[in-house]
Design a protein around this ligand. Structure first.
Ligand code: ZN
Length: 469
């Protein structure tokens, strides 16, 4: 960065006049090598109406950013717009961003210039800005992302923000862009719910928020963790860009998912996480707006909320256990005849074909619906055998094991038998639960309880499998 600082010192303000329009940084050559300076040996002249570049430049630019952040927290739209260059398109775009932000429960909105990143282009400067926000009470830590802004000189020796978009830099420095950074959103808050929407109408928004409120109450009563605070941030967006920004979603196709839980990195170090949020498919919005509660929607919402509630507790557990817990908990609130599993899973369980747990890599392959069902019924078996804490006791065993521990070994140490035996017991339990009445006794596995579930006999197999992450 030494060369950049040197270029600043040498170049002064004597470059070519900056065009008023917001030239794209690639067109302007706004990267580290691009600072045009006065020809060697010439002393740049400083026009009287321009601020002199001094060591205080970074402080001056930071002052602009401080006014920007204060205006967001104060919900001061004129104050926010006053930090922007006189460019109608910029003001429209940034005004929309401001209108998004002021709907959020932000306790922090901090824009911090990285002075060493400053690059001069003509009379303007590009610089990297660390944007730190915190949704209170939802975020466990502030969330920091990097962006690149362009500053142009303004009257009175100050500067204004002339661009917050540097497409090429953003491609080279991928960040998790939140929906309020990229499109107009409507934010609705419920009891423990922060809902973020784009095209959803008022009924759809209210329906999603109520579904999440119901789900939070149910999941909080069944999952023995409190760090999530019985609250969740939930997106239901028609714009696919947010989900498409994830490279590694279950099944590989973000737009095929009904829902997915995702972590938001704090951005301050490699491992720190501000929280787990949920993104729901826009395909669910009509069901959310229906007059009657949609049980499939509520079940899916509970599934994703289990991931929120478990948070990092399953980081070292196999995928089948995290997904099995989510499926198992989400099914408990349903009457047994509505606890659908795919026909394929029942058929394979009856034929004794489910003899091992799927690997993490295979979990979301073409047999994913069967894997979800088996993982769920392994948890049913654990709960029926060891009590409702049984599945979480196994989760705890993984949490206490080294990240690279062999899952088969963890299961054997925790339960006293192999993971394959666990799979067969869960499959047998599944086959019994969905068997045609009267359910036959299981001749092959004397350890399997004979009742499908405490006091309950699910009798309706089939139904669609919820695709979810
Ligand atoms: Zn899941």
């Amino acid at each position: 960065m030494a060369t950049v600082v040197l270029a600043l010192a040498l170049a002064g303000c004597g470059g070519d006049p900056e065009p008023r329009s917001d030239a794209s940084p690639s067109a302007a050559g706004g990267t580290a090598s691009a600072a045009p300076s006065a020809p060697a040996g010439e002393t740049p002249t400083v026009p009287a109406d321009l601020p002199r570049v001094t060591a205080d430049l970074a402080a001056t630019l930071q002052g602009v950013l401080d006014r920007r952040g204060a205006a967001v927290l104060d919900r001061d739209r004129p104050g926010f717009l006053a930090t922007l260059a006189d460019d109608p398109d910029l003001r429209t775009a940034e005004g929309g961003y401001f209108d998004n932000l002021v709907q959020l429960p932000l306790s922090q909105a901090d824009y911090r210039l990285e002075p060493a990143s400053l690059v001069r282009t003509g009379r303007a400067y590009w610089g990297v800005v660390a944007v730190t926000t915190r949704l209170t009470p939802y975020d466990a830590t502030p969330v920091r992302t990097l962006d690149r802004y362009r500053f142009v000189p303004a009257a009175g020796g100050t500067f204004r923000v002339a661009s917050t978009t540097d497409t090429r830099w953003e491609v080279e420095h991928p960040q998790l862009r939140q929906p309020w950074d990229t499109e107009p959103v409507t934010v609705v808050e419920g009891a423990g719910v922060l809902g973020v929407f784009d095209t959803a109408d008022q009924r759809q928004r209210a329906g999603i928020v109520r579904s999440v409120e119901r789900g939070i109450v149910d999941v909080a009563a069944r999952v023995p963790f409190t760090e999530w605070g019985s609250q969740a941030v939930v997106y239901a967006l028609a714009d696919p860009r947010f989900l498409d920004s994830f490279e590694d979603v279950p099944g590989g196709d973000p737009e095929a998912l009904d829902g997915v839980a995702f972590t938001v990195p704090s951005g301050t170090d490699e491992t720190s996480v501000a929280g787990t949020r949920v993104a729901l498919s826009p395909d669910l919005l009509p069901a959310a707006a229906a007059r009657r509660v949609d049980p499939d929607l509520d079940r899916l919402v509970r599934h994703e909320l289990v991931h929120v509630a478990i948070g990092p507790h399953d980081d070292t557990a196999p995928v089948w256990l995290g997904e099995g817990l989510a499926e198992w908990v989400s099914a408990q609130a349903l009457p047994p005849q509505q606890r659908d599993v795919p026909d394929r899973a029942v058929a394979q369980a009856r034929r004794g074909e489910l003899r091992t747990m799927p690997t993490d890599e295979a979990f979301n392959d073409a047999d994913a619906p069967v894997h979800y069902a088996l993982a769920w019924w392994v948890c049913e078996w654990l709960a029926a055998t060891y009590g409702p804490d049984g599945p979480f006791t196994l989760l705890k065993a993984f949490e206490l094991s080294p990240a690279d521990a062999d899952p088969a070994r963890v299961v054997r140490d925790a339960l006293g038998f192999s993971v394959d035996q666990l799979a067969r017991r869960g499959a047998s339990f599944l086959a019994q639960a969905y068997a045609p009445a009267p359910p036959p006794a299981s001749p092959t596995d004397p350890t399997a309880p004979t009742a499908p579930a405490p006091g309950e006999t699910p009798t309706t197999p089939a139904g669609r499998a919820a695709t979810s992450g």
